[in-house]
Design a protein around this ligand. Structure first.
Ligand code: IDP
Ligand code: MG
Length: 169
């Protein structure tokens, strides 16, 4: 009986632990970098309690960006999107924590900045959809794919922030 209870408790704690390991891919796009908003965007994820597990500044070529946005390849704005995304360096990041994917999207705001609530990143810092300063994965599976597309295995860190037990109960 006690053993069974213990087993259930351990099971619950593992589930909570796994949830806290959800990862999302967040990127500051070339306009966000040019406009000096890298720190502002990172600050919001840090302050929320999410953990930075990968971060690099880079300027990949069109092929890499075409693959990243492959789902949009038939859209009329696709060529312009690739031109925009290759126009300068970006900051690619992986953030970890409970519900990181959905919360990350909420923190970014709507695709169209004019439809984004004030208080969101896009609602606070941009206007046009083609200059919406940041990217965030739209699902747990796409996050996994995107993180694998942007980071090599050794570029992702596994670490425990000292604040961990003050963020999670
Ligand atoms: P998301 O970035 O909010 O996930 P998606 O629909 O996946 O939005 O589109 C990817 C990116 O393509 C957008 O963030 C934006 O930069 C660009 N984009 C989307 N729709 C348009 C458009 O109608 N005109 C120009 N660019 C667009
Ligand atoms: Mg998207």
């Amino acid at each position: 009986m006690v053993a069974t209870l213990l087993h259930i408790l351990v099971g619950f704690s593992k589930m909570a632990d796994d949830k806290r390991k959800e990862r999302t891919f967040i990127m500051v796009k070339p306009d966000g970098v040019q406009r000096g908003l890298v720190g502002e965007i990172m600050k919001r994820f840090e302050a929320r309690g999410y953990k930075l597990v990968g971060c690099k500044m880079c300027q990949p070529g069109a092929e890499h960006l075409k693959e990243h946005y492959v789902d949009l390849k038939s859209k009329p704005f696709f060529p312009g999107l690739i031109e925009y995304m290759t126009s300068g360096p970006v900051v690619a990041m992986a953030w970890e924590g409970t519900d990181a994917v959905k919360q990350g999207r909420k923190m970014l705001g709507e695709t169209k900045p004019l439809e984004s609530q004030p208080g969101t990143i896009r609602g606070d810092f941009c206007i046009d959809v083609g200059r919406n300063i940041c990217h965030g994965s739209d699902g747990v599976e796409s996050a996994k794919k995107e993180i694998a597309h942007w980071f090599k295995e050794g570029e992702l860190m596994s670490w425990t922030p000292c604040e961990f037990n003050w963020v999670y109960e």
